[in-house]
Design a binder for this molecule. Structure first.
Ligand SMILES: [Zn+2]
Length: 351
């Protein structure tokens, strides 16, 4: 959690009389001693807890296994022997489970083919039914891997909250109320739908979502964080106590990884240079062979475009070599690796 500039007041539990601090942004609070949970300035609320599957030992085992897999896929497995894991820490993250009815509508176009053969296909659909949306109940939600955490939650292992279930780990308070939760459920679902729709079409012209929430259940979920050191740096791995899964991790950028990026970049640069060099010869050939076909003029233009693409991609890939760490997901894939060749070319080529 980032340090907040909000003031903290001392508070006394209405139920067990124990004193504890309350954050100025806290909207729903839980007594760390007896578990009494209430709306600040209001009354008690019943709430749920998602069971924690892990303990410090099993977290370490899972992280060690993941580090081996993830590093071999990106920065090289050699880093493992120089990694020292710190003690894992557990925290209970406040969330709202919002359910209800939804109605959605979208309309857009997908382009098929190119040039004169291009066709615009109309894509339109409406949908309705029941929804369940998990919403983080913190305003300053910069917790590492929190999006992945929320996305992987389900309610199979859920029970009534008791302080004994929290294993003495910090229980974070909610900074939003259930009305805010419903609003957030809408934003979260809208954003996710938008990303999914844009994968299916080129232009999204209309997108509407109507949510009618009927329940909003306050819940705490187990989130583990493990720090590890490699050489002089510290890195993080987030693990879900709800599923036992690795959510997101950082890996140190090694010399080997850097070298790989350097070489890829140089290779692209040389490719670009070679293409630019053949261009004059290509033009000469085109002038001499007085072909009537107009299409042949597309060839030098394509060469210029590809050469330019390689040139820009080489710079983007080079950017990857200058980083300090990479973010890697459950399967050991680099998350949104904007420095990879495919991502670079996609970005420059406009999808
Ligand atoms: Zn209490």
């Amino acid at each position: 959690m980032p340090t907040k500039s909000t003031t903290v007041t001392q508070f006394r539990c209405e139920k067990c009389n124990a004193p504890y601090p309350l954050g100025a942004d806290d909207v729903i609070a839980t007594c760390p001693y007896c578990g009494y949970t209430f709306v600040v300035g209001g009354s008690e609320i019943k709430h749920l807890i998602i069971q924690n599957k892990l303990n410090p030992k099993s977290v370490k085992t899972a992280v060690t296994k993941w580090l081996a897999l993830a590093s071999s896929k990106s920065v090289g497995g050699g880093v493992i022997k120089d990694i020292t894991l710190e003690e894992p820490t557990l925290r209970w993250i406040p969330i709202f489970r919002v359910t209800g009815q939804f109605e959605s509508y979208h309309f857009g176009v997908k382009k098929e083919g190119s040039g004169d053969n291009a066709r615009h296909i109309r894509i339109e659909d409406r949908d309705s039914g029941e929804f369940t949306e998990w919403v983080i109940a913190r305003r300053h939600a910069a917790t590492f891997g929190i999006d992945e955490f929320i996305r992987t939650l389900d309610d199979r292992k859920i029970k009534n909250f008791e302080i004994a279930h929290t294993e003495g780990a910090p229980v974070l308070n909610s900074e939003i109320d259930d009305r805010d939760a419903a609003k957030r459920a809408h934003t979260t679902r809208m954003d996710r739908e938008r990303v999914e729709l844009l994968e299916k079409m080129d232009k999204l012209l209309d997108h509407r979502l109507n949510l009618n929430p009927d329940t909003s259940t306050y819940t705490h979920a187990p989130y583990w964080l493990v720090r590890f050191t490699y050489q002089k740096g510290t890195f993080r791995v987030a693990v879900s106590g709800a599923t036992g899964e690795i959510l997101l991790g950082e890996l140190p950028v090694t010399k080997r990884y850097r070298l790989k990026k350097w070489f890829t970049s140089i290779f692209l640069l040389i490719g670009s240079g070679l293409l630019f060099q053949v261009l004059p010869y290509m033009l000469l050939v085109l002038f001499q062979g007085s072909s009537d076909s107009g299409d042949i003029w597309a060839i030098p233009l394509i060469i210029i475009a590809v050469a330019g693409l390689f040139w820009v991609a080489s710079i983007i890939v080079l950017g990857g070599a200058l980083r300090y760490e990479v973010e890697v997901d459950t399967e050991g894939k680099e998350r949104g690796d904007r420095f990879s060749i495919t991502e670079a070319i996609k970005k420059v080529g406009g999808k």
